[in-house]
Design a protein around this ligand. Sequence first.
Ligand SMILES: Nc1ncnc2c1ncn2[C@@H]1O[C@H](COP(=O)(O)OP(=O)(O)OP(=O)(O)O)[C@@H](O)[C@H]1O
Length: 250
Amino acid sequence: MNQTQEKAISCRELTKQFGDFVAVNKITFDVEAGEIFGFLGANGAGKTTAMRMLCGLSYPTSGQASVASFDVYKQQESIKKTIGYMSQKFSLYENLTVLENIEFFGGIYGLSDKELKLKSDELVSTLGLGPEARKLVGSLPLGWKQKLAFSVAIIHEPRIVFLDEPTGGVDPVTRRQFWDLIYAAADRGITIFVTTHYMDEAEYCNRISIMVDGKVEALDSPGNLKRQFNTDSMDDVFYQLARGAKRSAD
Ligand SMILES: Nc1ncnc2c1ncn2[C@@H]1O[C@H](COP(=O)(O)OP(=O)(O)OP(=O)(O)O)[C@@H](O)[C@H]1O
């Protein structure tokens, strides 16, 4: 586990407006180092907008936030060097092989040749890729691409990794395998910040926050949220909160 006492992420009244529209409305929360933090919300709730601010990709309108103690207004470049990021569209090159992708991203993140060789061997073995390692990524099943994209997003052992709907479109068994990789990363002290629409995944998180119309309306462990909302299903917790939402996807 990460020994530092500092919060991995800290937000206070973080806000983003587009003109008069308040996409993210005074959100306040902390994420502990080494925690698996689920960031939930219906379509349009403001998750991506919030995540972009935390990743140093967009300036807040007001409020404060720090990521690995770096300030989101003044230290965006330091934030980018400290984090890993995987989007739903995972940024692998489909026309390169698995090994070429690992080498490419490892190179970008500054790994030495020796580290790259070690990491490549480790990844091919952990992911059970074997002969597939020399195949084009475009030819792999979606679940394998996602696992590879995640592995590449943390190849430089970042302190925090942001995952934006990393398992969209795959079955529960494949999602469970993906989560084994997430747990292994968390065990090494990497903080996980993950958005998802899947309630089985919400159950795997240490704590989750649920956003509705730009605000964080609930934040606790899955067990405590279920007790608070008097139900035994996370689906139901989510539904109770999100049914009053005014925003929808389009
Ligand atoms: N650049 C922008 N200009 C104007 N409005 C925007 C902009 N970016 C996002 N929005 C609006 O802000 C709201 C929040 O969008 P956001 O993408 O953060 O939601 P989300 O929770 O990530 O949803 P999804 O799950 O659909 O990705 C939406 O109503 C969206 O239309």
